[in-house]
Design a protein around this ligand. Structure first.
Ligand code: 8YV
Length: 317
């Protein structure tokens, strides 16, 4: 019979979900939509044992949910970041986990550059200025240059490298920090994140979320970035101590920020929403039609491979 797949909250991924559900159905899977269930507990009790696969978004899957799905074989994450999936709990239960790397790197890197440009050239603010009729009253204030500046990247993985090559095209100097120096990359390595923050104009977070990177960007790092520095985060809110970020911006110890991700999404601190030196985005790094199609295809390829006994295209290490 058909393999039953449970898809989770649509709010986490937006309009691509319809296509994902279609693609799963086209591939022969029977799709259950968790958000359409009147009562999740009743669903788990009545149908939990049918489910062999889960496709979560960034709301993830914990051990408790795995236990309510006793025949679960695979969690195919719709996204590259799988910090919300308890991978150890999955491993203990013999459940495979896959993600969607590479296909979204371009989009996320594009957004990182867009945030650097928007914060510095104040595009969002200038747009509001024109719309509100303020141009007729006087010229928009002078801005800050992007080309030629120095960008520090926290996490030079696939997305970090895509950001680095774009920044290079803007004639920016690129440096990075990560646990290890990478061989064969032309960028300056800093073994200390504080030193990297001190040395650069923009600090861009491009590392995975989860316990190993939690609160890496703390008060000291923000202070090192300084009153002219700009923090860009397209990774996970958990990497930053958000309360310290808010304070540093409010007190002028940090210059500006461009943020696509937050500690408690979709809630964004009220203070941030009032700041003109901050550009805020609703976690849309990979949210293009093209990329969401590719992500959905990769989810389906992983599931199809698993249920036909083939090697998984993109298993999580
Ligand atoms: C998605 C993401 O919005 O890939 C990731 O890690 O954060 C985004 O691409 C998310 O995973 C979908 O829920």
């Amino acid at each position: 019979g058909p393999v039953h797949v449970l898809t989770a909250s649509p709010s986490a991924v937006g309009p691509a979900w319809g296509r994902l559900v279609e693609k799963l159905a086209d591939a022969g899977f029977t799709v259950h939509k968790l958000w359409e269930q009147a009562d999740a507990d009743t669903f788990f009790a009545n149908d939990g044992d049918q489910i062999k696969a889960v496709v979560p978004g960034h709301e993830g899957v914990n051990g408790e949910m795995m236990d309510r799905l006793p025949n679960l074989e695979i969690i195919a994450n719709f996204g590259v970041g799988y910090d919300a999936i308890d991978v150890n709990a999955a491993k203990d239960r013999g459940i495979r986990v896959t993600n969607t790397p590479d296909v979204l790197s371009d989009d996320v890197a594009d957004l990182a550059l867009a945030l650097m440009l928007d914060v510095s050239r104040r595009l969002t603010l200038a747009d509001r200025y024109v719309r509100e009729g303020k141009w007729e009253e006087g010229n928009f204030p002078i801005q800050r240059k992007v080309s030629g500046k120095k960008v520090g990247i926290l996490g030079l993985g696939r997305i970090g490298q895509a950001i680095a090559s774009r920044a290079s095209a803007f004639h920016m100097k690129v440096a990075y920090h990560g646990r290890h120096e990478k061989s064969g990359v032309p960028y300056e390595y800093h073994s200390s994140l504080v030193d990297l923050a001190k040395a650069c104009d923009f600090l861009v977070i491009a590392c995975p979320g989860g316990a190993s990177t939690r609160h890496l960007v703390n008060k000291e790092v923000l202070e090192a970035l300084g009153p002219k520095g700009c923090l860009v985060n397209i990774a996970r809110g958990s990497v930053v101590v958000e309360s310290e970020l808010v304070k540093a911006l409010a007190e002028g110890r940090l210059g500006s920020a461009g943020l696509d991700v937050f500690e408690d999404e979709p809630r964004v601190p009220e203070e941030l929403r009032k700041m003109d030196n901050v550009v805020l985005q609703p976690h849309i790094g990979s949210a293009t039609f093209e990329t969401r199609e590719d992500m959905a295809d990769l989810v389906v390829r992983n599931l199809t491979a698993h249920f036909s006994g083939k090697e998984l295209p993109t298993p999580v290490a």
